[in-house]
Design a protein around this ligand. Structure first.
Ligand SMILES: [Cu+2]
Length: 499
């Protein structure tokens, strides 16, 4: 029932939005398909620019002075109506300028004077070669962007601890920014259909973290994400043509800790399953209460956050009470256009609802490399390490390597390999045994998933993909009685991507 409800809620919205887009003349769109925007200033005058180019630092919101001002047009009634459904009234009853030129290239980041491609979830960075995805418009002084990816998945996890489930997951995202004086004001909202899959999420061997009922931990299951994954605002003030200071606040939002969240990094966005390292690396991407301040100097960013340490609870539809009881700091460096590096550390106060006496220190380091090649091909890889230090408790390392190649914007191949030291896998077994008093036993587990997607364009900015993945594991022998000697898992999925 829930699945049907979720599908019936989200898919028509996505379709309606895409068809509203399609109803417009084709030349009203900027081509945002999966090409790498020529982000570096050197390449900005690439021959693909058919329109006269605006100076890069011109206030982009000033539509009247742009060469594209003759592209203002009214929407048809029906497309406006559909549009309202998607954007919750943001565009209500107005005319809108579809800016087909090369606005993406002019669009600066929310946090600093660099190409917007560099920005991912929260205040995290990706390489400048990251492809531009989503749909862009201007409305008055505002620039708007929408992005959506919805997966309908059939999931089979093998072995005695596995299971089967069909579910819908993904995200719908809207962003708005405008120039204010010497700065940029930005807002972003991200929603997830995950809560409709039910509180216990979906079967995912070796995944741990959060709870479905407030009493027992989710083990071998991935928790659903909250309906509101990000509701955040930011303001950045330009100090020079390459530097800025910024503040960011979210309820929920993402603190300066870890790599870009998996559904926002190019190497992970197309993989419909969550990484089992999620709670080692990027699980703080939904945090109820975040304030971040940072400084950007050219290709460097240093930032610090105060945030709520507690993970979201099992009620996935609400906004939880914010607190600022935890802190983190992150240093990010993009030495070349293709590469983004970060190190970060944080102290999380009482992150787990079921073990409130345990605090956690976390360190992460990661590198993301994104390389366009040939005409329409792209390769992106992320390597990340995260260390969880529970107080009291174990110190646990997690490693992730994920990579994807997209050929001709049509064929995607991806893999993700992970190695995690886990102490929660047998928590439900140990709970029934007499208290020993010692630390929980640690098991180092390994997982590899390999898969692919074939995409078919179904509307001007919407593609339908059909895909599958297979997962294998390497487990210590002590776990084999629980997981079986050689479990195999798979997922098959259909996905809609606004791009
Ligand atoms: Cu998550």
């Amino acid at each position: 029932m829930r699945l049907v409800f979720a599908v019936s809620c989200f898919l028509p919205l996505t379709f309606a939005y895409a068809s509203a887009q399609e109803a417009m003349p084709k030349d009203m769109h900027h081509d945002h398909h999966e090409h790498a925007a020529p982000a570096s200033p050197k390449k900005e005058s690439a021959p693909e620019s058919k329109q006269p180019k605006k100076p890069a630092d011109e206030k982009s919101g000033d539509k009247k002075t742009t060469p594209h001002s003759n592209h203002i047009h009214g929407r048809t009634k029906s497309s406006t109506a559909k549009h309202q459904g998607h954007k919750a009234g943001m565009h209500e009853g107005h005319r809108e300028a579809m800016h087909q030129g090369h606005m993406a290239h002019e669009m600066k980041g929310f946090l600093g004077p660099y190409p917007m491609n560099r920005e991912a979830s929260g205040t995290s960075w990706l390489p400048d070669t990251t492809p531009h995805e989503g749909i862009h418009q201007t409305y008055g002084d505002w620039m708007l962007m929408e992005h959506a990816l919805i997966n309908g998945v059939y999931d089979h996890q093998g072995g005695p601890r596995g299971g089967d489930k069909a579910f819908v997951g993904g995200m719908v995202m809207g962003m708005a920014e405008r120039i204010v004086g010497d700065g940029t004001l930005g807002f972003r909202a991200m929603l997830s259909p995950d809560p409709f899959m039910g509180a216990n999420g979906y079967p995912l061997l070796l995944a741990t973290g959060e709870t479905a009922d407030g009493r027992t931990p989710l083990i071998d299951r991935q928790h659903p994400h909250d309906l509101f994954m990000e509701l955040a605002g930011s303001y950045s003030h330009k100090l020079s043509p390459t530097s800025s200071v910024f503040v960011y606040a979210g309820l929920p939002g993402e603190p300066a800790l870890g790599p870009a969240a998996f559904m926002h990094r190019t190497s992970g966005v197309d993989i419909p399953e969550a990484p089992i390292t999620h709670h080692w690396l990027d699980s703080t991407h939904i945090t109820f209460g975040v304030v971040t301040a940072g400084l950007i100097l050219d290709n460097w960013k240093i930032e610090a956050s105060a945030f709520r340490g507690r993970e979201p609870d099992q009620h996935r539809f609400d906004i939880e009470e914010p607190k600022l009881d935890s802190y983190s700091a992150r240093l990010t460096w993009n030495p070349i256009r293709e590469l983004s590096l970060q190190v970060s550390a944080g102290h999380l106060h009482s992150p787990e609802q079921l073990s409130p006496e345990v605090n956690e220190d976390r360190i992460t380091a990661s590198a993301t490399y994104t390389q366009p090649f040939g005409q329409n091909n792209l390769w992106s890889t992320t390597f990340a390490w995260g260390r969880k230090m529970n107080h009291p408790g174990n110190t646990l390392d997690g490693f992730l390597l994920e990579s994807e190649v997209i050929f001709n914007r049509t064929y995607t191949l991806f893999m993700r390999a992970e190695r995690v030291a886990e102490d929660e896998l047998l928590e439900n077994v140990i709970a029934g045994m007499p208290e020993t008093g010692g630390p929980l036993p640690v098991f180092t587990v390994n997982k590899v998933s390999i898969g692919g997607i074939y995409d078919v364009p179904v509307a001007d900015h919407l593609k339908l993909g059909i895909g599958g993945l297979v997962s294998k594991y390497a487990l210590p022998s002590a776990l084999k009685p629980f997981y079986g000697s050689d479990p195999t898992s798979f997922m098959v999925f259909l996905r809609l991507k606004l791009s």
